[in-house]
Design a binder for this molecule. Structure first.
Ligand code: ATP
Ligand code: MG
Length: 562
């Protein structure tokens, strides 16, 4: 794809420019607030690029804050993987690493303050009763019978909740706002609940934990966040965000919540809950399975941080939910690797070629360009001899009209080598082609004919005597439907649409010998095939290459034909 995609406008940037120009804020402070309960995925990358990107662009700063207010699902191992992923994407929080759990003491004081101002109360309704009393979109809520407890009683009960005197679920602390508000989030939301569980950072110090709605906005305020960017589903929570901030925070500027559309990507799922099922139920090999949209998976597959940042730039930041075609992600990695990945030759489905007029014992080294898009990458020497391998699909004994590659009596160019002409084929007893017999023209060294003779195809090849063998893992989309979760409303589980052919392992591919000297994570273009990356499971004499992306989008072509 030669055409360049354009970068769409970003409405949040305009808000920031306005806030700076009318002096609402002097400096931009954003945050990326992951919950340490799973690995990051490409949707998180959108949020990371947005938050860190805006901070950088406006000379501000971006905090990394772990939103660890739910000890049931969180774990230290996720903290380190998230840090690794954010760094890998190319962003740096400097000294601004925070944990919501660092603010538990402060948040507790805020809650006490609300109680003292008659803006919060301890409620003894059961979780089920609270739900029932809350009403619905069409009916107002009903006030809790505990709503008018005195300040003294509330303080006493809240401190005793903290001291562990009550059972889980027997009491909560609620903000006293408005049970008839049209916004259900404003109907006396729960701000503290009793959870007698050990927290991965605070241990057993606490047995009451703040809710997301209470902790998030106040953590933002404590850190001096100016623009708190979150996904669209929090829009209805914004009045509550503002309510807590206005009740409890005097300092200006107060943090401002701005919502944007979360990323949905076709042919995959971006929900930690769903990704966990794929991993734990063994549909993929782990969190870093190269087919997953996790950053760990994309990294192992061979996606570069630059290509993911570019993808996030290309998809833009808007308000309306939409599905981004996974082709955009593939475009971004092709665009990057086209410029940076060196070219090599490798034959994935080999068939033998013998050049009968090439001397039996001769071998020579031919010069090949490492990257035609970047000549500073120089050249390398590729061995050539009488026996070669080419791709089985590049030969047809009885070709249809539009097949221009090798066929009996036809001449083609071997990349960087010679013109060869097929003069015979050898078959096994079942009639499968075993060997293609050719003649070469010694005058065409380097792949040019001195008499101006033209050929219609250039094939890649490797020397049968010199090549190395390796395993190549070919990946296809993880799901066969663009929106695998689309039928959940009809009771059809998203896993029904897993693509059974999403991984195809090819053993004993023949690769040019220079690929022997590679390191894990190295990326190459195998000419005419695609971009590949050396998998971490590789051993010195048994290399494994992952297909990052084919050269051209075969899906787009198939879709166009339909
Ligand atoms: P998931 O839905 O996968 O469980 P989450 O929202 O629970 O994700 P968090 O760890 O809370 O995960 O997310 C951290 C930040 O990343 C939040 O600000 C959230 O809005 C943002 N984020 C998560 N998923 C996406 C997405 N698909 N697109 C854009 N931003 C996202
Ligand atoms: Mg979340």
């Amino acid at each position: 794809m030669k055409q360049q995609l354009e970068v769409p406008p970003n409405f949040i940037k305009n808000i920031i420019i306005q806030d700076l120009s009318n002096n609402r804020v002097k400096e931009i402070v954003t945050r990326f607030p992951p919950e340490p309960n799973g690995y990051l995925h490409i949707g998180h990358a959108k949020s990371i690029c947005l938050n860190f990107g805006l901070a950088k662009e406006f000379n501000g700063r971006c905090h990394l804050r772990f939103d660890d207010t739910n000890p049931l699902k969180e774990d230290e191992k996720y903290v380190s993987s998230i840090k690794q992923d954010v760094r890998w994407l190319g962003f740096d929080w400097g000294e601004h690493l925070y944990f919501a759990s660092d603010y538990f003491e402060k948040l507790f004081e805020f809650a006490v303050e609300l109680i003292k101002r008659k803006k919060a109360y301890v409620c003894d309704l059961s979780p089920e009763e609270i739900r029932r009393y809350r009403g619905s979109l069409t009916e107002p809520g009903v006030e809790s019978p505990y709503r008018d407890r005195s300040v003294e009683e509330n303080l006493d009960l809240f401190f005793r909740m903290k001291a562990g005197e009550f059972e889980e679920g027997s009491k909560v602390l609620r903000a006293k706002i408005d049970m008839s508000s049209p916004n259900i989030n404003m109907r006396d939301p729960v701000i503290y609940r009793i959870m007698k569980v050990v927290h991965h950072r605070t241990g057993d110090k606490w047995c009451i934990y703040p809710t997301y709605d209470f902790a998030h906005c106040l953590s933002d305020a404590i850190e001096g966040i100016t623009h708190s960017l979150c996904s669209q589903e929090f829009e209805d929570h914004r009045p509550l965000y503002d309510w807590f901030v206005n009740e409890l925070i005097d300092n200006e500027p107060k943090p401002k919540q701005i919502e944007f559309a979360r990323l949905n990507l076709s042919y995959t799922v971006l929900s930690k809950r769903k990704l966990i099922q794929l991993v734990e139920q063994g549909y993929v090999s782990g969190w870093n399975d190269p087919r997953l949209p996790t950053l760990a998976g994309l990294r192992r597959r061979g996606y570069t941080p630059r290509s993911i940042r570019r993808f996030c730039e290309l998809i833009g930041v808007g308000k309306s939910d939409s599905m981004v075609d996974i082709g955009v992600l593939e475009y971004a990695v092709r665009e990057d690797l086209n410029k940076r990945a060196e070219r090599r030759m490798g034959v994935l489905d080999p068939v033998k070629v013998t050049i009968i007029n090439y001397p039996k014992d001769k071998e020579e080294f031919l010069e090949a360009i490492n990257n035609p898009e970047d000549l500073s990458k120089g050249t390398r020497q590729v061995p050539f001899c009488r026996e070669l391998y080419i791709e089985r699909e590049d030969f047809m004994e009885d070709p249809p009209k539009k097949f221009f590659r090798l066929a009996p009596g036809r001449e083609v160019r071997l990349r960087y080598a010679y013109f060869i002409k097929c003069i015979d084929v050898k078959k096994d007893p079942e009639g499968n082609i075993e060997e293609i017999i050719c003649e070469y023209d010694p005058e065409t060294k380097g792949g040019n004919s001195p008499d101006g003779r033209k050929v219609k195809a250039t094939l890649h090849w490797v020397s049968a005597r010199h090549c190395i063998e390796a395993e190549v893992r070919m990946y296809d989309r993880l799901f066969i439907k663009p929106d695998p979760t689309g039928d959940e409303k009809n009771g059809i589980d998203f896993k029904t649409y897993l693509n059974p052919d999403s991984l195809m392992i090819i053993k004993e591919c023949k690769l040019e010998p220079s690929l022997n000297k590679v390191s894990i994570g190295d990326k190459f273009q195998l000419e005419r095939k695609g971009y590949f990356c050396v998998d971490p499971d590789s051993k010195p004499n048994s290399l494994i290459f992952n297909l990052i992306v084919p050269l051209r989008d075969k899906w787009a072509r198939i879709a166009a034909k339909k």
